[in-house]
Ligand binder design. Sequence first.
Ligand SMILES: *Cc1c(COP(=O)(O)O)cnc(C)c1O
Length: 231
Amino acid sequence: MVAKNLEEVRAHITEACIAAGRDKEEVTLVAVSKTKPVEMLQEAYQAGQRIFGENKVQEIMDKYEVMPKDVQWHMIGHLQRNKVKYIVDKVAMIHSVDSLRLAQAIQQEAEKKKVVVPVLIEVNVAKEESKFGFSVEEVFPALEEMSTYPNLHVQGLMTIAPFVENGEDNREIFRKLKKLSVDIEKKNINNITMSVLSMGMSGDYQVAVQEGATMVRVGTGIFGERNYAIR
Ligand SMILES: *Cc1c(COP(=O)(O)O)cnc(C)c1O
């Protein structure tokens, strides 16, 4: 089931790339495996998937222990500062840098562990009350500060678009994030690159790819609905 779903999602990404005149190699699929049992991750691994997204520190630590070492773990959920130390040397990327204080904590822990951590800045483009992330206006000053952190490498932006029935409804949000990343790139800020645009989930990743996503985060479309009640 997982292998078949993965194949389908990859095919949809390819289609969206063709429609947008993009090369499919430009888009990386993050398989969002939060709440899912290791057996399902292994199925995805067997089908060639190496990048997994999780939103809980404890879950990353547990799965890190049992999955093969060539898996790349992406932290995509809100990260508490006091938990940074547990994962800073285990994750390939943190998508969810949503405050300067968190960026500082990552810098401190990364320095202790002598690693440089690739991160994305989470932007609350849709201005949803319930969501974390910088407002569009806050991003520039935050980046100037982060550009001085040697153990933090900002590689791009991430957004979580609203939940919608029709992915088309999020097109404008994806456009805004893309535009912001282009504007930032033009400023040539030291130690800041804008090569990654993490946007698009199960309901809207094709639209996100058409609008320039270089990373899509797909959970339900690969692993099926999540049941939080039985956790
Ligand atoms: C859960 C989650 C996803 C995946 O959502 P689906 O709709 O299941 O594809 C993507 N990004 C983030 C930040 C998430 O928390």
